[in-house]
Structure formats: C-alpha cells, structure tokens
Design a protein around this ligand. Structure first.
Ligand SMILES: [Zn+2]
Length: 181
C-alpha cells in the first residue's frame, strides 16, 4: 500500500496479446506468487504491473474446484479484462485481507451474487455467475484493477483488526481461516 500503481486504473490487455509468452508467463508467475504467500487471489497491480488481469483459486480441503456455494473454496481462474454486474441488490459482509495491506483484516460489504464477463487465459470470452466467497474474491481482485482497496469499501473502520487480534478474538473454532487476497 502506498505504491501509486495500486491506486491507478490498470490498462486492458489486447485480446490478441493474451496468448503471448509474456502474458502467459505473467499468469504463471502470478499463480506461483499467490500460492507462495498463501493468497486466494492476486491482481497484476499487486506485482506492480498496471494490467487488467488477476488470478484466484483456493482449495480448503486440497480439492480442486470445490463448489463455490458449499464452502470457502474458490475455483482456480485467471481472468483478463473482467467486468462485473451485480445480480440483485443483496450485499453480504465478511472479513477480507489483502497481500498489499499485510496483517490487517476488516469486514467488507460485497454483492452476494455477480455476473462476470472476461477473457480466460486461452483468450476465450467467458461469462460466469459467481456467489458467496468466490464472488467476494472476484470483486476484491477486480477492484485492484480500478485502483480500489478493500479499505475503501468498508462502511466504517470499526472492525479494522490486526492479524494477531483477529486470530485471538474473531476467528473462532467455527470460522474458516481467513486467507489473504
Ligand atoms: Zn487485495
């Protein structure tokens, strides 16, 4: 946080460039970085590249592509030039963190369900519905492409919490571990 690229609107990637070695390598590197830091998602501005691409994926039980509604699993995805439309007006509040804002957690309202239009890493135009935690992660990462951080989305800073205190007071035995995004 504080690097200007995190506050800039990132540039779209030309669809014809998606298959290029540069973009393919970038996506591979971003998946690797996300896993190294145990994140659920990572957007290009977080590695100081102002491009509209993010990666995400999280398998809480070691399963791939766990159903998004059944838990906090997030299917593995690399989305390019994503556009989000909320489905309905319902908002849900939950904890978020961010690799660019280390060791801080806060509760953020997000649309419960969204429609996402994007390109996948093969350059194919896709349109998917997402709900629950997956919808939250996609909204968080797409915000990064517009220079928006989760702090900007909080209704108040009353729930802003250090990771130590989060572990002590707010992640009870019933809660899933909250991972950084
Ligand atoms: Zn983030």
């Amino acid at each position: 946080m504080g690097h200007p690229v995190l506050r800039a609107r990132a540039r779209p990637i030309e669809p014809a460039q998606i298959g290029s070695p540069r973009i393919q390598q970038l996506i591979d590197d971003m998946f690797e970085t996300m896993q190294e830091y145990q994140g659920v998602g990572l957007a290009a501005p977080q590695v100081h590249l102002s491009l509209r691409v993010f990666v995400a994926g999280f398998a809480p039980n070691g399963d791939d592509d766990e159903d998004e509604e059944s838990g906090r699993g997030v299917p593995r995805m690399a989305l390019i030039n994503p556009e989000i439309t909320p489905i309905g007006a319902e908002l849900v509040e939950d904890w978020e963190g961010c690799l660019s804002i280390p060791d801080i957690r806060g509760r953020v309202p997000r649309s419960r369900e969204i429609l996402v239009k994007a390109y996948d890493r093969r350059g194919k135009r896709i349109e998917v519905k997402a709900g629950g935690f997956t919808a939250r992660v996609i909204q968080h990462e797409t915000d990064h492409l517009d220079g928006v951080l989760f702090l900007d989305r909080m209704k108040s800073f009353q729930t802003l919490t250090f990771l130590d205190e989060f572990g002590r007071y707010w992640s009870g035995p019933d809660s899933e571990p909250v991972k950084v995004e």
